[in-house]
Design a binder for this molecule. Structure first.
Ligand SMILES: C[S@@+](CC[C@H](N)C(=O)[O-])C[C@H]1O[C@@H](n2cnc3c(N)ncnc32)[C@H](O)[C@@H]1O
Length: 278
C-alpha cells in the first residue's frame, strides 16, 4: 500500500484528526507569529488537499475568469465548496452589490468555517451544509447524492463551478448533479467543471508514466481504489460527453490536464477542465 492509499483507508474522521495533530505545531507557530494569511484556515483544518491554500485559490480563480468567462456581476454557485478555497479570492472579485455567491458542501466543518469567516462579513456570500454520503468525505449519513435537489431556483445562476468534485463522485451522482446544474443555470450560463477523463491518449500515458492510476475499470468509469470508491473517479470521455449533452448542456471547450503525464507547460491544470454552457 502506498502513502496515498494509507491516507484514504483511514476514514474521514480519523483523517481529519490526523491532520489536526500533524499540523498542530505549524498551526500554533503561524498563529503566534501572525504568519498565516488572515483568510486562510489553519493547515490542520484544510481537508481538501495540500499546498498553498491562498495561491491555489487565486490560480483557480484566474482559470474561472480566463477559460470560463466569470464576471464580477455574476451570480455564482460553488458546488462542493470545501473550506472556501475559491470563496476567499471571490470575496475580492465579485461586485458587492451586483455579484453574489452560493456555496454548498457535505462536510460541515468546512461550511462552519466559511460561514464564520466569510458569510458574517460579506452578505452577498451564503454557505449551506448538505448532509450526503461520500466514501472519502462523509460516512455519517446514508443519504445519496443521486436524488439530491439543489436548494436553488430554476435559471438562478450565471456561473457554476466544481473544482475537484466530480473527481470524487460516482457516475449516477454526476448525472444527477449535471441535471441540477442544467436546471439552476440561466440560459447561456456557464459551468466550469474538472474531471479525470480517460481517452486513448490519457489511457496510454497513464500506463507509461509514474502517475495516479485508475486500474479498476467498470462499465463507463474507473476507480483508483475500489475500497474507497470516491477517493478518485475517472470517466470514459465518450460516456461523460453523452451524459453532459443528455442533460441539456453544451460542451464549449475541454482543456486536458497533466495528471496522466502530459507536459505540464502545455496544460492549464492538473485535472481535465470542461467548459459547459446551458
Ligand atoms: C478535493 S475537495 C475540493 C473542494 C473545493 N471545490 C476546492 O477546490 O477547494 C472535494 C470536495 O467535494 C465535496 N463533495 C464530495 N461529494 C459531494 C457532493 N455530493 N456534493 C457536494 N460536495 C461534495 C467534498 O466534501 C470536498 O469538499
Amino acid at each position: 500500500m502506498n502513502k496515498r492509499d494509507i491516507y484514504y483507508s483511514m476514514g474521514p474522521a480519523t483523517r481529519r484528526l490526523f491532520r489536526r495533530i500533524y499540523y498542530f505545531p505549524i498551526d500554533i507557530i503561524e498563529k503566534i507569529s501572525g504568519k498565516r494569511h488572515p483568510m486562510a484556515p489553519p493547515k490542520g483544518r484544510v481537508f481538501i488537499g495540500s499546498g498553498d491554500f491562498i495561491k491555489q485559490g487565486q490560480g483557480i480563480l484566474k482559470q474561472l475568469k480566463d477559460y470560463g468567462g466569470l464576471k464580477p456581476n455574476h451570480r455564482v454557485l460553488d458546488i462542493g465548496c470545501g473550506i472556501g478555497r475559491l470563496a476567499v479570492p471571490l470575496v475580492g472579485y465579485l461586485d458587492e452589490k451586483k455579484g453574489s455567491y452560493e456555496g454548498f458542501d457535505i462536510v460541515k466543518s468546512g461550511i462552519d468555517w466559511c460561514k464564520k469567516k466569510i458569510q458574517t462579513k460579506h452578505p452577498n456570500f451564503n454557505f449551506t451544509h448538505i448532509d450526503l454520503r461520500n466514501e472519502l468525505y462523509n460516512l455519517k449519513t446514508d443519504k445519496n447524492a443521486n436524488n439530491f435537489v439543489f436548494p436553488y431556483k430554476d435559471d438562478e445562476f450565471d456561473f457554476a463551478f466544481l473544482t475537484s468534485v466530480f473527481t470524487h463522485m460516482m457516475p449516477e451522482d454526476v448525472s444527477a448533479y449535471l441535471e441540477q446544474i442544467s436546471r439552476v443555470l440561466k440560459k447561456g450560463g456557464v459551468c466550469f467543471a474538472t474531471f479525470f477523463v480517460i481517452n486513448e491518449e490519457s489511457g496510454e500515458l497513464m500506463k507509461i508514466n509514474d502517475v495516479i492510476k485508475f486500474d479498476h475499470k467498470f462499465e463507463n468509469y474507473y476507480l483508483h481504489n475500489p475500497k474507497v470508491k470516491e477517493a478518485n473517479v475517472a470517466f470514459d470521455e465518450s460516456y461523460l460527453d453523452e451524459l453532459i449533452i443528455k442533460h441539456g448542456l453544451k460542451i464549449k471547450n475541454k482543456h486536458f490536464g497533466y495528471w496522466p503525464g502530459r507536459p505540464k507547460d502545455e496544460c492549464v491544470d492538473f485535472q481535465d477542465i470542461y467548459i459547459l454552457e446551458r
